[in-house]
Design a protein around this ligand. Structure first.
Ligand code: ZN
Length: 158
């Protein structure tokens, strides 16, 4: 049986810094195996019941993958689609297309700018503190669509 799971989480890096949290906001809802959350977390929550609070460690390889050096490239400042002053740490979309990757400026040397197109969490082992708010069986329609339809399964997504 595939389940629809609603949960709150706090995500920390190996140093314990909070990277992201749903606390104070809406919980996350997903269909098991539906790809709404990273596989490494999905598979580790399969045995957990509603109300469970657990700490889940997901190695980088099962989260956002290893940091790929080939995704770090040096380009000319004039070739970039952004005006104004660039700063190290700044992020922007590397093209007009809304699906263009988000890149991060990691170094600036005169007219040479080094960009990193890796996911910001690539290469990081992640720790999730998770609280399962609700768990139920997925409906036939949800299984067909591959995603959840709200907390009670009656929501409309289209
Ligand atoms: Zn749907």
């Amino acid at each position: 049986m595939r389940r629809v799971v609603t949960f709150h989480y706090t995500l920390r890096d190996p140093a314990g810094r909070v990277l992201d949290t749903s606390a104070g906001g809406e919980p996350i809802i997903y269909l098991e195996g539906g790809g709404q959350i990273i596989d490494g977390l999905d598979t580790r929550l399969r045995a957990a019941a509603a109300g469970a609070k657990l700490r889940v460690q997901v190695p980088a390889a099962e989260a956002y993958g290893a940091h790929d050096a080939a995704q770090v490239q040096k380009v000319k400042r004039t070739a970039l689609p952004v005006g104004g002053e660039l700063r190290v740490g700044e992020q922007f979309q590397a093209g007009e297309d809304r699906f263009a990757p988000v890149v991060k400026v990691v170094a600036i040397d005169g007219d040479d700018v080094t960009l990193d197109a890796n996911h910001p969490l690539a290469g990081k082992d992640l720790t999730f503190e998770v609280e399962l708010v609700a768990v139920r069986a997925a409906t036939a329609e949800e299984l067909k669509h591959g995603h959840p339809h709200g907390s009670d399964g009656a929501g409309h997504c289209h």
